[in-house]
Design a protein around this ligand. Structure first.
Ligand code: SF4
Length: 419
């Protein structure tokens, strides 16, 4: 993702100590208690079965947990007032409601927020995984950009994340956990202290209204996790983010686009970035496997696409590479017959890249051609270009540091921000 920020890093406050449960058995250490946050109904049912909840009760108990975890954002079992004390004590002894660890939180002057999150290893010997989640507020909506993989295999030439090796796919729980963290930090649950500050949405009751899978990784290479996460996120009894408010952005994994359309049905975005195969082979190398013609055919066939639910085509503006008027005209021609909108993204340079961002006049000329052809073509506003802003950069900076160095970095950034 390339929407960078002017950032004011905030140290992450230590969480308040959890209240002692009244008559609970002595709880195991937190790290020994798996979190229920991010689990689907079947996994919650299995967790209840594992602590001896009879089968006939499980459905009702799952519904209660679902309500408290996803609708109310409970962080402690003691909040679950309609669950019996005995069961709450059993839950407390065996499980937690932990969210992913927030390593760094950055808040920009325009209200954009970015979190570096850490997940425990999945296997013995594996390092903890770190990913980024970004919240982009506008007056009438708040969009959360989530990651689906730790690193990425695809090496898109203009993308900083592509320079980081793939560590692993995120699980569905880790994807949903990103949404839970954002809503926690924004106070975006009923009865919570709602975050205030410049740039936050003023309309509507919710601060996180839309989800885009445009963070680290190729979501269709983490297909099973993404599918399960979307089912949890869109459940109307919980987080309630309808599939029209969830967009999966892919570099063009054609077979999985078809599956996503028929099995899940969220909105679709394509990282297009070039209109000719020879150039797209370089910018988005997966194009060698699934060239533009096949990609566009999958878009035309995408079941969830219509004039009311257009496919977004992302197009990063690279100076002298893909930004000529001829490219703009070819783009319009290429998208004939596809219910499309085109998102022009000023390139956000990162250290070591060979590319530069197109001049503003060039971007405007390109946008005019696309607009005159009848396509909405918003230009994504750059939000600062300092060193920690580019996608993937915060992670790569952080992973070189020890915990102590991280604290020192945070303190230094906070001090810088006050200057
Ligand atoms: S698929 Fe996305 S995250 Fe991966 S290299 Fe390409 S643009 Fe970057």
């Amino acid at each position: 993702m390339y929407g960078a920020m002017t950032e004011t890093p905030q140290p992450v406050p230590d969480p308040a100590p959890a209240p002692e449960p009244a008559s609970a058995p002595v709880a195991a250490p937190a790290e020994a208690r798996p979190s229920l946050v991010g689990l689907d109904r079947a996994k919650l049912g299995a967790a209840l079965a594992a602590i001896g909840v009879p089968e006939r009760e499980q459905r009702m108990r799952v519904n209660q947990l679902w309500h408290w975890i996803y609708l109310r954002g409970a962080t402690d079992f003691s909040e679950m007032t309609n669950v019996s004390k005995h069961l709450r004590a059993q839950l407390e002894a065996a499980y937690s409601l932990d969210r992913p660890e927030v390593v760094v939180e950055q808040v920009s002057a325009d209200g954009t927020r970015k979190w570096l999150l850490r997940f425990p290893p999945h296997e013995i010997g594996e390092s903890p995984a770190e990913i980024e989640t970004v919240y982009i507020p506008e007056s009438d909506r708040g969009t959360l950009c989530v990651s689906s993989q730790v690193g990425c295999t695809l090496n898109c030439a203009f993308c900083h994340t592509g320079t980081q090796r793939l560590v692993r796919n995120l699980s569905a729980a880790e994807i949903v956990g990103q949404v839970m963290v954002a809503r926690d930090r924004l106070g975006d649950y009923p009865g919570r202290d709602r975050a205030t500050g410049p740039g936050l949405p003023t309309e509507g009751e919710r601060l996180v209204t839309n989800i885009v899978f445009m963070g680290m990784g190729e979501p269709l290479y983490a297909y099973d996790s993404v599918k399960e996460a979307i089912e949890i996120l869109s459940d109307g009894d919980g987080l309630g983010l309808g599939k029209r408010r969830i967009t999966v952005s892919t570099s063009g994994v054609v077979p999985e686009i078809e599956r996503l359309g028929s099995e899940v049905g969220p909105m679709l975005a394509i990282s297009l970035h070039a209109v000719r195969d020879d150039l797209r082979d370089v910018l988005v190398p997966i194009n060698k496997k699934y060239p533009i013609k096949e990609l566009l055919a999958a878009c035309r066939a995408y079941p969830a696409a219509s004039n009311a639910k257009r496919i977004t085509f992302e197009y990063v503006m690279l100076k002298g590479v893909n930004d000529s008027p001829a490219d703009a005209k070819a783009l319009v021609k290429l998208l004939e017959g596809v219910p499309a909108k085109i998102n022009l993204i000023p390139f956000n340079p990162w250290p070591g890249t060979q590319y530069e961002c197109s001049d503003w006049e060039t971007i405007e000329r390109f946008s005019d051609i696309v607009f005159r052809a009848g396509y909405a073509s918003p230009v994504r506003t750059p939000r600062g270009r300092d060193i920690l802003a580019a996608c993937g950069q915060l992670k790569s900076e952080s992973e070189k540091l020890s915990a102590r160095e991280r604290l020192a970095l945070r303190a230094m950034m906070a001090a810088d921000a006050e200057d």
